[in-house]
Design a protein around this ligand. Structure first.
Ligand code: PNS
Length: 156
């Protein structure tokens, strides 16, 4: 039985995240989608709202649940009994950044990281750009689910 954690900020979750969740749910016995609540990036949505959006997003997947963590993601993985993490990779820039984290995380605790290449049609989507485009009045309706889109429009 392999339990995996898909960690991220998910501010907000995008269709790219949903694609990673769909594929990781098929690849692992159990998947925990975990939102980090202590990073210093500018947030649009608070932890509770991100958890609500993620809970709606994973509703169709019986082997996926939502969690949240403070502190090191590897400590959260160990507390949840997860041997591995899953990360989506959009680009070589993502790879350079994620490779170092994966190596540090494995050296610290033995928790390994599995990379999933993002589907090409989602490769340009990021939560940060979605927020900026939406703030400036652009149409992001194809980058997020309808439920997330409605929350974005209500929050901006
Ligand atoms: O969606 P993001 O912003 O790319 O997610 C980044 C996240 C939360 C997965 C990453 O920043 C993280 O793991 N933070 C937790 C703190 C930690 O473990 N830092 C050491 C990494 S080697």
């Amino acid at each position: 039985m392999i339990r995996a954690v898909f960690p991220g900020t998910f501010d907000p979750p995008t269709v790219g995240h949903l694609d990673v969740i769909t594929r990781a749910a098929a690849a692992f016995d159990e998947l925990i989608v975990a939102t980090g609540v202590n990073q210093s990036k500018n947030r649009l949505f608070g932890p509770q709202e991100r958890i609500e959006m993620l809970t709606e997003l994973v509703e169709p997947f019986p082997n996926v649940r939502i969690g949240s963590f403070e502190g090191l993601v590897v400590d959260y993985c160990r507390a949840e009994g997860a041997e591995v993490m899953v990360k989506g990779l959009r680009s070589a820039a993502d790879y350079d950044y994620e490779l170092q984290m994966a190596q540090l995380n494995r050296r610290m605790t033995g928790v390994d990281t599995f990379f999933l290449p993002t589907a090409p049609e989602h490769a340009f989507i990021s939560s940060s750009w979605v927020k900026e485009i939406a703030r400036l009045g652009g149409d992001v309706s194809t980058f997020v689910t309808p439920a997330v889109h409605a929350r974005l429009l209500n929050t901006l």
